[in-house]
Design a protein around this ligand. Structure first.
Ligand code: HEM
Length: 119
């Protein structure tokens, strides 16, 4: 924990907790709603998914999962005892990957919503 830093360690646990809650909400709202076998269900789900509130919810879920995954990878990297310089390089690469993944995810979310009548 010392080398990794308190915040990295702490936020890994907080994001894990929020992921359990967020993924449960996502799962039960988008995969397990009553009437999911009805023919109109697909349209209903698309309509729900594309509303601004749910887009904001999924943007947060995306941020959580990207942070959790890459911060977890950072925790694993720390075990390899990199030099100070290499560790800085790995950290910067992970930050870059995270921002890029988040950007692509947001782009897809907004693209999906605007092409399906959202906003
Ligand atoms: C509800 C979903 C999830 C929960 C509850 C969860 C929970 C956790 C917890 C509690 C840890 C800390 C383990 C420790 O430090 O001892 C952890 C580590 C980690 N998680 Fe997750 N996780 C979830 C989803 C994910 C996803 C989707 C990814 C990949 C994108 C991921 C990647 C990782 C990685 C790479 C680590 C570090 C493993 C290590 O330190 O050995 N997790 N997770």
């Amino acid at each position: 924990m010392e080398k990794r830093g308190f915040w990295s360690w702490f936020l890994q646990r907080i994001t894990a907790l929020l992921l359990v809650m967020g993924m449960s909400v996502h799962f039960f709202t988008f995969h397990f709603s009553p009437g999911r076998y009805a023919a109109r269900y697909h349209d209903e789900i698309i309509h729900r998914f594309c509303s601004p509130g749910w887009i904001a919810f999924h943007a947060c879920l995306l941020a959580l999962v990207v942070f959790h995954g890459l911060n977890g990878l950072w925790g694993i990297c720390i075990d390899f005892n990199f030099s100070e310089k290499s560790a800085r390089y790995v950290r910067q690469t992970l930050w870059f990957m995270g921002l890029a993944l988040f950007g692509v995810g947001i782009y897809i979310l907004v693209w999906f919503a605007t092409t399906n009548g959202g906003f």
